[in-house]
Design a protein around this ligand. Structure first.
Ligand code: XMP
Length: 477
């Protein structure tokens, strides 16, 4: 047998080069997520149920990256998560949430909490009837009162097609915060809010679609409802669909890619995971717009332990990039990123972006509750092929009665459940990663990611070199 050598992040360093960069602000982290989509920073939050729902996706997109909403929920719930991102911040909210004037105060509170908004348009008979905000109900004691009695009826509106500059003037002139847009017949045609206009200034690098809405992706599986799910997610505005399967170089995955592209030719499609050039090439031939690479590299993965299969991540990326470059298709490095140095190495090896799970787990924006153990705060982070994640899935899909002890013994997990320390907001982590990457570019003598990829020179290090690279011979505070 001819043994090749597989390397990963800790096996190498990037050789420092003469650099024209004198300040990190001169660097530019823009990159391609896929054939059709660009990002302002090369970071993607993983489609895992302990990492990405709408809150994480909103935070990532505001910073310039993208979140992929996981698929371990009903189609309706996943669509809702996509809509929350799409509606969270847009220049014009095209389909604002509405209530009827017969809605009670109690129902209104529920809607406001569910949609995460502080005011709603009131629609009767297909026309704008008024506007109701939290201020109108703050001291209302009678929960049965109707919106019609409390709403503002003479609403200041503007015509569909109003520009942001015109909207700013109207909002300021009337000292109002919400400006509904209506068509000639009085039907609701959109909503512009002062909050969204302010956010445009607050998040100048946000990754947005052509309509000014935050970017978001959503995952689908390879069995069952994947076509129906894809259709609903695209309808809700998902910018990219990620076919999510552990072994992305399986006939199942290739067939799913083919079927989705056939049904929705204009859908931006990412698929994975693969760990080889052949895997990347076959997915590209099946129709993907980006290839996701990483088998067993994730922090909660035990695929390599359980199956004996996988390729160390740096080699996997290099091999996949070599194949994908022939077709000009971007590669996403997925799993195993623990530091901004790892991220820099993954990109220098040719990946256009990186997907991250563990580093983004345990944050305010990741789903799940904070747990306290020995006085320290934690959150759960688990592999999607872990025992508990799979059990939960089976339970949700088939009901509690099917989950008996035989089923449990049948399942062979390829991931683990873990606790990660609570880390506060993911924004800090994203900014540290981006800051480290900017410095990494500078050490490679590059101002952009493609330039770094051209300049990159890796040197292989020994165990002693690795030890030297860590803080050593001191007590780290
Ligand atoms: P990190 O290292 O960022 O990796 O935590 C996240 C990636 O890990 C993959 N993933 C799994 N791999 N078993 C696996 O072998 C699992 O149960 C599992 N769950 C997630 C996935 O690619 C993710 O983006």
């Amino acid at each position: 047998m001819d043994f090749r050598e597989g390397l990963t992040f800790d096996d190498v360093l990037l050789v420092p080069k003469r650099s024209p960069v004198v300040s990190r602000s001169q660097t530019d982290l823009r990159t391609k997520l896929s054939r059709n989509i660009s990002l302002n920073i090369p970071l993607i939050s993983a489609n895992m149920d302990s990492v990405t729902e709408s809150q994480m996706a909103i935070a990532l997109a505001r910073e310039g990256g993208i979140g992929i909403i996981h698929r371990f929920m009903t189609i309706e719930d996943q669509v809702d998560e996509v809509l929350k991102v799409k509606r969270s911040e847009s220049v014009v909210i095209e389909q604002p949430y509405t209530v009827k004037s017969s809605t009670t105060v109690a129902e209104l509170y529920k809607h406001m909490a569910e949609y995460g908004v502080s005011g709603l348009l009131v629609e009767d008979g297909g026309k704008l009837a008024g506007i109701i905000t939290r201020r109108d109900i703050t001291f209302e004691k009678n929960m049965k009162r109707r919106v019609s009695e409390l709403m503002t009826k003479n609403v200041i509106t503007a015509k569909a097609g109003t520009t942001i500059e015109q909207a700013k003037e109207i909002l300021h002139k009337h000292r109002i915060e919400k400006l509904p847009l209506v068509d000639d017949k009085g039907r609701i045609a959109g909503l512009i809010t002062s909050k969204d206009i302010l956010k445009m200034d607050q998040y100048p690098h946000a990754a947005k679609d052509r309509k000014g809405r935050l970017l978001v992706g959503a995952a689908v599986g390879v069995k069952g409802d994947y076509l129906e799910r894809t259709e609903a997610l695209l309808e809700a505005g998902a910018d990219t669909i990620v076919v999510d399967i552990a072994h992305g170089h399986s006939e199942n995955a290739l067939n799913t890619v083919h079927m989705i592209k056939k049904a929705f030719p204009s859908c931006d499609l990412i698929a994975g995971n693969v760990a080889t050039g052949d895997g990347a090439r076959d997915l590209i031939k099946a129709g993907v717009d980006a290839v996701k690479v990483g088998v067993g590299s994730g922090s909660i993965c035990i695929t390599r332990v359980v199956t004996g299969s996988g390729v160390p991540q740096l080699t996997a990326v290099i091999d996949a990039v070599k194949a994908a470059r022939e077709y000009d298709i971007p590669v996403i490095s997925d799993g195993g990123i623990r530091t901004s140095g790892d991220l820099t190495k993954a990109l220098a090896a040719g990946a256009s972006s990186a997907m991250i799970g563990g580093m983004f787990g345990g944050t305010d924006e990741s789903p799940g509750k904070t747990l306290v153990k020995n006085g320290k705060k934690y959150k759960m982070y688990r592999g999607m092929a872990s025992y508990m994640a799979s059990l939960g899935r089976k339970y949700r899909q088939e009901g509690p009665e099917v989950v008996d002890s035989d089923d449990l013994n049948d399942y062979v997990p390829e991931g683990v459940e873990a606790m990660v320390p609570y880390k506060g907001s993911v924004v800090e982590i994203v900014r540290q990663l981006a800051g480290g990457l900017r410095s990494g570019l500078s050490y490679c003598g590059a101002k952009t990611i493609p330039e770094m990829q051209r300049n990159a020179e890796f040197v292989r290090i020994t165990g002693a070199g690795f030890i030297e690279s860590q803080p050593h011979d001191v007590d780290v505070m």
